[in-house]
Structures are given as C-alpha cells and as structure tokens.
Design a protein around this ligand. Structure first.
Ligand SMILES: C[S@@+](CC[C@H](N)C(=O)[O-])C[C@H]1O[C@@H](n2cnc3c(N)ncnc32)[C@H](O)[C@@H]1O
Length: 437
C-alpha cells in the first residue's frame, strides 16, 4: 500500500518541512519530491504565498492541475452543450471555457504553451477526424501533435464556432488575430497562457472548495489515482478514505511556517481572489495558516493587496503594445463640431473594467491621441482613469489607462470626469456651461 511505504518517511518530512516551507522554489521542489515519493499533497500550493504565478513548466505539468481539470469537466460539458444549442454564455464563462480548452491542450496533451499560443485556425481545419474516435491535430507543420477524444474535439469545436466569432466581431482595424485559434475577448491572440491557466486553477479550486468543507484532495498522478479511479485497496475502503483517515491522524500544513517579517503583508493576498478581500476574509486566511510569529496585520495586508486583474493588465502584451504604438481598437475620433469639438466614440461594445486606451498617450508629432481628445462629463462619465505600473521590457512605467466604468455600447461617446467644476475656475468658469454636462 503506497502510503504505508511512505509512512516510514513521514516523521522525517514532518521534521524538515518547516525549514523548506517559505522559499517558493523550495515549496515547489518539496511538493514535487513528496509527489514523486508517492505522497498525496493536499492544499497543494498552486501559486506561491507571495502571489507570484508559477512558471510555465509548473503550470503546464502539475499533476494536481490535471486533477482539477478533470473536476471541471462536468461544468465544461454543460457549457459546451449550451454553446452548441445556441445559448449565449456570460462573458466570464466563455473566458473560462476558453481557458479550459487551452488547458486540455497543455495539461492533458502536454502541448507546449508556445504551440498553444501559436495554434492556427488552419491547423484546426486540417485536423484528421476519425468518426467515433476523435481527431488528430498537427501543430507547427507536424512538430507537435495531439490526439483528441470525441469529447475534447467537441469542446474545442464549440469554442471555435460559438465563442471565437464573437471575439472576432469585436476586432477593430488595429487588432490582428493572426489566424490564431485562441483569441482573447478583444479578438487578439492570447498573449499570456500562463496567467490564463492560473485563473482557471483558481476557479477550479473555488469549485472544489464550494463542494464541501473539505476540498477533495489534489492527488498525485504518480500514485496512479485519478478522479475516475477510486478503486479500493486491500479491501479497507478507497484510497481517498484511507488518506482522509491518515491526514486526520497526522495533520500537517505546508503553509504553517510563519512568513518572514518583510514579506508577511504580501503573504495573504494571493489566496484572496479577484476582489479586494474583506477584513474578515483576510482574518480567516491568516487564521487558517496557523502562523505563530510575524502574523500579518489585517490593515497592512489590505493595503498591500493588488487585484490580480490589475496585475494581468500590467503584464498584458496587447496593452503594452497599444500604449507604445498608440493603436487602440474599438474606438475612433468623432467631430461633434461647434457643440464641443472633437471627441472619442466607441466603435464596439466594451465591458465594465476593460482597458480602452491610455490617458495622454505618447506625444507623436502631428498625430492625435485618443486620451487627449476625450471630452468631459461630470454627471455621465463612462470611463475612468486608473494608474497602472506597466511592465515594459525596459522596466516598469507608471501609466494612466482609461477603463470602462460600466458596460459601454458601440457608438457611445467616451467621456470621463475631468474633475473640474465651474468653481474650479473661480469667476472665469461661470461662462463654461459645458462643465455642468
Ligand atoms: C481635452 S480637450 C477635448 C477635446 C476637444 N473637444 C477638442 O476638440 O480638441 C478639452 C476641451 O474640450 C471641450 N470639452 C470637453 N468636454 C466638453 C463637453 N462636455 N462639452 C463641451 N465641450 C467640452 C472643452 O473646450 C475643453 O477645454
């Protein structure tokens, strides 16, 4: 019985665990080591405690991820059915569905991430279908290939026929889909599959946690156990049952070692989710860690919190490129003539929170920038400026981006609240009626 064999080593790991725990690489390698020795790892650190994303290799090949993917299959199947019967899924579900399709390639079929990013529509169209068996797809002139089951082919097919076209119709002149199969919501090829997969794992994990007070253990593939293989061992209950009994007898948490003093405030946000966590949520996360020293203070943690969405924007290659090239899709100039001069309109719908353009834009002689032409509205603004630290190749740069303040329809004028009122100009401002707009 696999864990009895390892049981002899368990005392050793209990001793050495704390010294390995905090450094991210050490946590990873320890988990790898344990899994290779046949241990199940519960609460596997899919991302490190500092909030950094795992490396692409880690993201692509964690056995725990395969398990999470299997657990998301049911929901994917439902979504696939909906898509194929003409149902319009909410945006975030379509995005998750696309993540799932990408993960099917990287995790189930071990297709390298670069190949997934570069996966072309022609390669999909050229797939070899064997009725009732599945399909073989050749990537990069046959350098990589994946043999899909019937279900997998159907999942990707539903993405291709029902989701990708929606993204494409939102493609403006500035955007180039480059014939890629996987597109982001803005119609551009996906740029960062690693962060997409991290979001998928977080989502899958939430589903697991929502399933009951004790999330199902993330099992190591090396043990030969999968969600579909819960055969009992030695007639003494399933492996999962035996594991549960084992864990309850010898509880251990690999996050139990306190964080270092300088890192403590960054240690919680990674597990806090997309929204700014409440004090209560941070308190619960901290309590769960059972740290004894350097326990982070709740207000400091809340202050250190950075939205994962914000982090994703700061690394988004499309945004970085648009800022540099001043090419923003889905918006255009419009002359409102004597009423208020030129302004900027949306030429496609934007969802709340989407990046629209940067605020002032790089000054290019004899060339306009959208940010500089946007008109004001104190009462009915639909975009808002937000400061980001964009991670350009030559270093981070503070940049103000305009984000959609609410869902914006095509053809709407984009306006932001300059923050000035008649009173801002003292008496001179009294003639500026547009400031009341
Ligand atoms: C940054 S510019 C915006 C672009 C400007 N409309 C143009 O044609 O260059 C700001 C100026 O636009 C005009 N403006 C901005 N918002 C306006 C509004 N809601 N109604 C009328 N004029 C407005 C004001 O003259 C303001 O000084």
């Amino acid at each position: 019985m696999w864990f009895l064999y390892n049981y002899a080593e368990f005392g050793f790991y209990q001793q050495v665990l704390p010294t390995f725990c905090w450094a991210r690489a050490s946590r990873r390698s320890l988990v790898d080591h344990l899994e290779n020795r046949g241990f199940f790892v519960v609460g596997e650190p899919l991302e490190d405690a500092h909030g950094a994303e795992p490396s692409s290799q880690e993201t692509g090949h964690r056995p725990g991820h395969k398990r999470l993917l299997e657990m998301a299959e049911g929901r994917t199947e439902e979504a696939c059915h909906g898509l194929l019967t003409g149902e319009r899924l909410p945006q975030h579900e379509m995005t998750l569905y696309r993540y799932f399709c990408m993960a099917t390639l990287t995790i189930t079929h071990r297709v390298p991430e670069e190949t997934v990013v570069d996966f072309k529509v022609t390669e999909w169209n050229d797939r070899q279908v064997s009725a009732g068996v599945g399909a073989t797809i050749y990537f990069r002139d046959g350098a990589d290939r994946a043999v899909f089951s019937v279900d997998e082919e159907r999942w990707l097919g539903a993405y291709f026929t029902a989701i990708r076209p929606l993204y494409l119709t939102r493609k403006g002149e500035a955007a180039d889909d480059q014939g890629c199969f996987f597109l982001g919501t803005t119609g551009l090829p996906v740029a960062n599959p690693r962060s997409d997969l991290c979001r998928l794992w977080r989502h899958c994990r939430k589903i697991c946690e929502g399933a009951g007070p004790n999330p199902p253990p993330v099992t190591a593939e090396a043990t030969g156990t999968s969600s579909r293989d819960k055969s009992s061992v030695s007639g003494k209950g399933s492996r999962d049952d035996q594991w549960d009994a084992f864990v309850s007898e010898f509880p251990v948490t690999i996050g139990a070692l306190a964080p270092s003093k300088d890192k403590r405030n960054l240690s919680v946000p990674a597990s806090a989710g997309r929204q700014q966590p409440t004090k209560a949520k941070v308190a619960a996360i901290v309590a769960k860690e059972e740290w004894k020293t350097n326990v982070p203070s709740l207000p400091d943690v809340l202050q250190a919190w950075v939205s994962p969405l914000k982090a994703a924007i700061e690394d988004d290659k499309g945004v970085l490129k648009s800022v540099v090239e001043q090419r923003w899709k889905g918006i255009d100039f419009k002359d409102f003539r004597e009423h208020k001069g030129r302004g900027v309109i949306a030429t496609m719908p934007f969802s709340k929170g989407e990046v629209i353009c940067d605020c002032h834009g790089k000054l290019i002689s004899e060339s306009d920038t959208f940010g500089r032409r946007m008109n004001d509205s104190g009462k009915a603004s639909n975009v808002k400026p937000v400061v980001f630290q964009l991670n350009f190749a030559d270093g981070p740069q503070d940049t103000v981006l305009f984000l959609a303040q609410r869902n914006i329809a095509g053809n709407e004028e984009l306006r932001w609240d300059y923050g000035v009122r008649r009173m801002s100009f003292r008496d001179e401002g009294m003639d500026l009626a547009w400031l009341d707009d």
